[in-house]
Design a binder for this molecule. Sequence first.
Ligand SMILES: C[S@@+](CC[C@H](N)C(=O)[O-])C[C@H]1O[C@@H](n2cnc3c(N)ncnc32)[C@H](O)[C@@H]1O
Length: 255
Amino acid sequence: MQSDDKRGKLSIVGIGPGGIAQMTGQAADTIRAAEYVIGNAFYLEQIAPLLGGQDVIRSSMGKEVERAQKCVDLARTHRVVMVSGGDPGVYGMASIVLEVMDRAGVPVEYEVVPGVTASCAGASLLGSPLTGDHVTLSLSDLLTPWETIETRLGLAFQMGVPVALYNPKSHGRPENLSRALAIALRHHSPETPVGLVRNAYRVGQETEVTTLGALAEDDSAVDMRTLVIVGGTETFRMQDGGMLTPRGYGRKYVY
Ligand SMILES: C[S@@+](CC[C@H](N)C(=O)[O-])C[C@H]1O[C@@H](n2cnc3c(N)ncnc32)[C@H](O)[C@@H]1O
């Protein structure tokens, strides 16, 4: 399929955590108007109701560089959407696509369309655990050396703010979560609340609030589709079991 004016555009679109209902209107409109939609099978499945006339290119996990090169080439003359789960700028496809484009010096018009990232989606299902200052870290050491991740974990837990952990575990690195929890336990009590959200806003959604000590004993409920939120020094469990980090109104007002 070809654009009439031969001028292309590349949209790197965040599709949010799950179904169409969690996607922004801008993301849905951009996907509908595309000539080509590129993404991996899992994400293409999530946006299936928006696919009709577009040419759909399925790519596999782990082929991100190839996928980025392909969409930059196509976007010279076509309206191309690169689909990214959650937000494209949070452990997503935006950086690699822009890097490939920048290195190639290709003058392609582009936009990054934001989406609801997993930490916001997961937090919303637990209560309000991330409320104020917080840190997000990925435990994937595929692109970042583990020593760097360890240093960042130590500094983050030392700050006492809640920490959202992306990519907590996979078949290739099952022990990264237990290493991270051991670092958390150097700075926090074993009673610190920890929220687990698996498949937020997707089929198979599960949530659980446990403690740092209990999760360090048994983390079998966590897999690569889970977001882990380790509470900060002020985080507590609400009476209904939810997880809350107060913003500080209690220091100023009586209620
Ligand atoms: C490569 S990162 C992609 C993050 C994505 N760009 C975002 O903004 O949410 C993948 C990790 O995000 C988390 N994640 C993404 N979507 C999720 C969901 N719907 N429910 C729970 N965790 C999710 C998991 O920790 C997973 O291992």
